[in-house]
Design a binder for this molecule. Structure first.
Ligand SMILES: Nc1ncnc2c1ncn2[C@@H]1O[C@H](COP(=O)(O)OP(=O)(O)OP(=O)(O)O)[C@@H](O)[C@H]1O
Ligand SMILES: [Mg+2]
Length: 270
């Protein structure tokens, strides 16, 4: 059984990509087979896993718009996860998809093809790194996902946009993916020294009735260093607070994935 998780927030710079890379590496450490999908034309996930997008001939763009078999574009990375990489060409894919019927379903179809391929390559987790927008790629990701995790920087005004994201989730549930569940918000860039972060987090989770995925990811300079090394923080800074926090988050996500009863309740629209 594959669990597909979209990591989405249309707000930029809230640690979506960092969370995808770190949670992916943490799940791999736990022995899970993981595929990460870069759905951002900026290709930051691809770059941060040590792959230069400019060197790539095949990427997610060809898979989404040219019918390329996804297994031909998937790469292995040093972090122990597989990657369906992106390049700047993905920006064009977004425009091409806009005029195409069934565009919301295109990623879902691709991931199903991948799962049908070879029993031995079946992934335990597929994690989708969404771009900072609510455009066609994010909607395609939400349509392909079992759950959505919303990284959130806990500061004043960070709630702006959460309502809009949840409206999109609601529409996706109505029209393209009835089973989509909101797994909750993941507090990122968290400054535990102030009460402010805590207060903002509580306000947001109360206002929108959202679960909080624990623990919060502390703000630390170590995260700035990891992408340049082409590895996630789990490798570059193994025992840092940030790496530990992501390992705990990964364990909690594994628990969450195994919770069928709560799933039903969570699918109800809010
Ligand atoms: N816990 C953290 N502490 C300090 N810096 C962090 C932390 N998490 C991420 N960062 C840094 O914050 C910046 C934004 O992170 P990231 O690229 O993961 O966000 P994003 O939501 O994917 O951005 P975008 O919306 O542009 O895709 C990066 O420079 C990253 O290194
Ligand atoms: Mg990103």
């Amino acid at each position: 059984m594959t669990t597909t998780l979209a990591v989405a927030n249309q707000k930029g710079g809230v640690a979506k990509t960092t969370s995808v890379a770190s949670i992916g590496a943490a799940l791999a450490e736990l022995g899970h087979k993981v595929l990460l999908v870069d759905l951002d034309p900026q290709a930051c996930l691809t770059f941060s896993l040590g792959i230069d997008p400019e060197d790539l001939e095949l990427s997610v763009h060809h898979v989404l718009t040219k019918g390329l078999d996804p297994s031909e574009a998937v790469l292995e990375t040093e972090d122990g996860v597989d990657l369906l990489p992106a390049t700047i060409e993905l920006a064009r894919a977004e425009a091409e998809l806009l005029t195409r019927t069934g565009r919301e379903q295109v990623l879902k179809g691709v991931l199903e093809d991948l799962a049908d391929g070879d029993e031995a390559t079946a992934y335990d987790w597929i994690i989708l790194d969404c771009p900072p927008s609510l455009g066609v790629l994010t909607v395609a990701a939400l349509t392909a996902a079992d759950g959505v995790l919303v990284p959130l920087q806990c500061e004043t005004l960070s709630h702006r946009g959460v309502g809009q994201l949840l409206d999109t989730v609601h529409d996706v549930r109505r029209f393209t993916n009835r089973g989509l569940e909101v797994w909750g918000v993941l507090p990122t860039l968290f400054d535990g020294r102030t009460n402010h972060s805590r207060t903002v987090l509580e306000t947001i989770s109360d206002t929108y009735d959202l679960d909080v995925v624990e623990p919060p990811i502390p703000k630390t300079i170590k995260f700035a260093e990891a992408p340049a090394a082409g590895r996630s923080i789990l490798a570059t800074s193994r025992s840092s607070k940030g790496a530990k926090a992501y390992r705990e988050v990964a364990e909690n996500l594994v628990r969450r994935a195994a919770r069928p009863a709560a799933k039903k309740k969570a699918t109800r629209a809010r």
